[in-house]
Design a protein around this ligand. Structure first.
Ligand code: AMP
Ligand code: MG
Length: 359
């Protein structure tokens, strides 16, 4: 039977964080408890990264398979020496430019990091989050915090206090509610132990920006584009269906979105077919393409000119599919440049690879 916990909710204003609440949450981490906390990407569910019993409770609360490793969150570069045995120059160069921020690096782990955190791997994922509440929480806890996203396994990641309260009440000791997160998608994960470095997951930071600082090309395997499942242990989490609404979702993709009218007319054709089959449909569209669709529910993701906006709205939109009175969802596709790569990775996985290619 699952343990039901008394969950304490702490509302912390990110601009003016209450020290007494932060100290209370930090005490829970120190004592081996589990705390849901905001980051600039999505909400995380965290525990002391050096305490394997505490880390195990994260997996239980999420229903997460044990072979899907966590990210270790730090507040200070000095903590790298606790976590990793080998910190190269590239790590410091990237840290200087992008930390605190939405970049996660894969390093060789030290023996202090329990295998529960890394799912048995010899490597560990590390990042320094750029959220005042997350940073202060790590600092006051006096230990790195291991945390994945705070959603039940397989569901879209939480981007608001409402999401985490709905998903995690009774499963954790503390939920810190600091309102909406900034980016609304997870961090970019790069395996820097390889040469060339490998993108394991596109995220809030564009690969192009990281390449500029590294002055190296980063390899982008097909699974990072969300096109095939990850093989073996290279990126274990990627084997599972992620970010998924309960209802079926189809992504209608093109190799070329330069002629939006031509593209949308083909999406319209597919939507019409579904309606003719008696299905209630919702279309995930952009500001530029909304008007092509008649007599159908629409969720607007934002402007194609502002991929940051689309990324930020994505998980709310995926959750909205389940709330609406519809049976099936169809999403437009986006060009795979900059954050478009991240958006397409999430959409393809959320659809369970239900991809329809049009011209
Ligand atoms: P989440 O924050 O929920 O997205 O989960 C953490 C992500 O980090 C998962 O996608 C993991 O696959 C990834 N990750 C953590 N540690 C490693 C590692 N050592 N090697 C590869 N990927 C990792
Ligand atoms: Mg996750």
């Amino acid at each position: 039977m699952k343990t039901v916990k008394q969950t304490r909710i702490l509302e912390i204003d990110p601009l003016n964080p209450r020290l007494d609440y932060l100290l209370e949450a930090a005490r829970v981490i120190k004592d081996g408890g589990v705390v849901v906390f905001p980051t600039e990407t999505v909400y995380g569910i965290g525990a002391d990264a050096l305490n394997s019993a505490a880390v195990k409770m994260i997996f239980e609360a999420k229903g997460r398979p044990l072979d899907n490793p966590l990210i270790v969150h730090i507040s200070d570069l000095d903590q790298l020496s606790i976590i990793s045995i080998e910190v190269g120059e590239d790590v410091y160069r990237l840290a200087e430019k992008f930390w605190p921020g939405p970049l996660t690096l894969i390093l060789y782990k030290s023996e202090k990091i329990p295998y529960e955190v890394t799912a048995g791997l010899e490597t560990v994922a590390v990042r320094m989050p750029a959220h005042p509440v997350a940073l202060r929480l790590i600092e006051l806890s006096g230990t790195p915090i291991a945390a994945p996203s705070a959603n039940p396994s397989g569901k879209p990641s939480p981007t608001s206090g409402e999401h985490v309260k709905r998903d995690m009440m009774g499963k954790v000791d503390v939920i810190i509610d600091s309102g909406d997160t900034l980016y609304g998608v997870e961090s970019t994960i790069i395996d820097i132990t390889r040469d060339p470095p490998v993108l394991l997951r596109p995220g809030a930071l564009s690969v192009e920006d990281v390449e500029k600082v590294l002055q190296k090309k980063i390899a982008i395997p097909d699974f990072a584009r969300g096109l095939v499942e990850a093989y073996e242990a290279i990126a274990p989490g990627m084997r599972y269906r992620h970010y998924a609404p309960s209802k079926p979702l189809y992504i209608i993709e093109s190799r070329d979105y330069s002629n939006l009218e031509r593209y949308c007319l083909q999406v319209v054709k597919h939507v019409k077919k579904l309606k003719e089959n008696g299905l209630k449909v919702v279309v995930l569209a952009s500001t530029e393409t909304l008007n092509y669709y008649d007599e159908v529910e629409i969720i607007c993701l934002g402007s194609r000119e502002n991929l940051f906006e689309i990324a930020r709205n994505l998980y709310k939109a995926l959750r909205r599919i389940d709330e609406l009175d519809v049976e099936i969802a169809v999403s437009e596709g986006f060009e795979e440049r900059s954050l478009g790569l991240t958006i397409m990775n999430r959409l393809r996985k959320a659809s369970g690879y239900n991809i329809i290619m049009v011209d």
